[in-house]
Design a protein around this ligand. Structure first.
Ligand code: ADP
Ligand code: MG
Length: 494
């Protein structure tokens, strides 16, 4: 069903691509397949779990045994509604399941049950931030429920192919965007944002390596702000990075053809990440006629608005709202807030640390120290050796001046490797900051006595006092209160 195409974007020179004959602009629309997080399949009770032995998760319905009838999984319907609400979309209380007919060995029914003319979710909006300053609205055309197909395996035997029906009948949400995306970075931001939203909602785990989320990417090029061009569709992208590369390659390929006086054939293409190029899979002429018609085994899907309202009232705080709140409530920069909302577990960790503390300090420690360290070591935040309460305790010790920021970093290292209660560690290892001016004065006197020439210089040039601060801090093992050191030194050197 090809909807009418409307251009909602003002051309942005930042996204233009230079060609030999002038500027070009990409137009991109995405069809994302998101697997519903559900224990059972869309029309059968078989397990929808990832993995398992081939054909272990196959009921008679999934294998299309004669006489078997599909029964809709209410939980999957609820997840589609939740996702629709998260996309601020129109929920259709009346929708229809259709048969999309084609032959393939891994499709035993001979058709896929999908939704065509009347999907469960209509138009919506996703806001993306390719950079913290940009707030771009990408239109959603529709979201519909459909079954996944099985998998053919051609590389296990020289003369035979195998079929694994574990995925046959697994519930997918197909989310179709409007052609509102204008460059690879926006496409990447869009897929990440969809994944973040669905992770907050708990409707899809967004695990692209396991195939829980795949994108078909439609790309065309045109003169900036001009008529839409002919699109090519790159199928089955399951990596955000490769999707970006595929888009860049494909746009350049099309521009080269057009600049040579050629024209674009509407076709389906595949991306080869090893070669870094797309190649044709089938042309429009070879495209299937799916002969869609309403599935006679299934009644139209109807539900009361009260159910939708109930689902809506149970939605968690969504990423955009959380971002605004982190900026307003904790005074975070848009950039920091963006980093923290990317995953529900990041936001949860941050909010635990920030609870009752300075938000900016908490964000700084979580993003720069903790995330930096987790990334470096390849550790998931769920397995972080430093818990939110341990990190909170470190921040408290710094803010009440028990330890300096520098000692705080050493303390973080100790907690990271050995664990333990930060308060106790500071106590036991004598890491407390020295604020006793008598003790600091004694160190200063010692340093000054050892460097009479420097003292004379510093009395002439107050800027040289910095050297003494460094020496005194060093002599105190980093434990002297820097503020006290500064004040005392200023007095003694004047
Ligand atoms: P089909 O099933 O034929 O691919 P859909 O309507 O399901 O059609 O999806 C079409 C996708 O292609 C949508 O995401 C839409 O925004 C996008 N699209 C349509 N026209 C263009 C175009 N000229 N350039 C880029 N993308 C386009
Ligand atoms: Mg398509």
């Amino acid at each position: 069903m090809t909807p009418e195409l409307v251009d909602t974007r003002t051309p942005n020179p930042k996204t233009f691509i230079q060609g030999a004959t002038g500027d070009w602009e990409m137009v991109i629309g995405l069809e994302v397949h998101a697997q519903v997080s559900s224990k059972a399949k869309l029309f059968s009770g078989a397990s929808a779990e990832y993995g398992g032995e081939p054909n272990d998760h196959v009921s008679l319905v999934d294998a299309a045994m004669p006489g078997m009838l599909p029964v809709i999984n209410k939980y999957c319907v609820e997840q589609a509604i939740r996702t629709g609400l998260g996309l601020k979309a129109q929920i259709n209380n009346y929708s229809v399941f259709d048969r999309k007919n084609y032959f393939y060995p891994d499709l035993p029914q001979g058709y896929q049950i999908s939704q065509f003319k009347q999907p469960i979710v209509g138009e919506g909006i996703v806001t993306i931030n390719p950079t913290p300053e940009e707030n771009i609205k990408i239109g959603i055309e529709r979201l519909h429920l459909e079954q996944d197909a099985g998998k053919s395996i051609h590389d296990l035997h020289p003369t035979m192919s195998f079929v694994d029906l574990n995925r046959s009948g697994v519930a997918l949400m197909e989310i179709v965007s409007k052609p509102d995306i204008r460059c690879a970075d926006e496409a990447k931001a869009y897929v990440s944002k969809l994944r973040t939203i669905m992770r907050y909602l708990g409707t899809c785990d967004g695990n692209m390596e396991e195939g829980s989320m795949r994108a078909d990417v439609n790309v065309s090029v045109r003169r900036p702000g001009g008529e839409f061009g002919t699109r090519c569709e790159i199928k089955n992208m399951n990596s955000i990075r490769f999707m970006g590369q595929a888009i860049e390659f494909e746009a350049r390929r099309q521009i080269d053809i057009l600049e040579d006086g050629g024209s674009i054939d509407q076709e389906t293409r595949l991306y080869d990440p090893k070669k870094g190029e797309t190649r044709s899979m089938r042309s429009k002429e070879e495209a299937h006629d799916y002969r869609y018609f309403p599935d006679p085994d299934l009644l139209p899907l109807q539900f009361d608005q009260s159910w939708v309202d109930e689902i809506e009232s149970s939605l968690p705080e969504l990423p955009d709202a959380k971002k605004d709140r982190l900026v307003n409530e904790f005074g975070l920069s848009a950039y920091d807030a963006e980093v923290l909302i990317a995953e529900p577990k990041f936001a949860r960790f941050f909010e635990d640390v920030a609870d009752g503390r300075d938000g900016k300090a908490a964000a700084n420690w979580v993003i720069n120290e903790l995330f930096g360290r987790l990334n470096k070591e390849g550790v998931d935040i769920d397995d972080s050796p430093v818990s939110s309460s341990q990190l909170g305790a470190i921040i408290d010790l710094i803010s009440d001046k028990t330890i300096s920021g520098k000692i705080g970093k050493q303390l973080f290292e100790i907690v990271w490797t050995d664990g333990g209660d930060p308060n106790q560690i500071v106590e036991e290892r004598g890491m407390k900051q020295v604020t006793d001016t008598g003790a600091i004065e004694a160190i200063i006197d010692e340093v000054m006595a050892a460097n009479p020439d420097k003292v004379a210089q510093a009395k002439e040039k107050p800027a040289l006092a910095g050297w003494f601060v460094g020496q005194v801090m060093k002599a105190s093992g980093g434990k002297a209160n820097p503020q006290a050191v500064n004040e005392l030194l200023r007095k003694k050197l004047s």
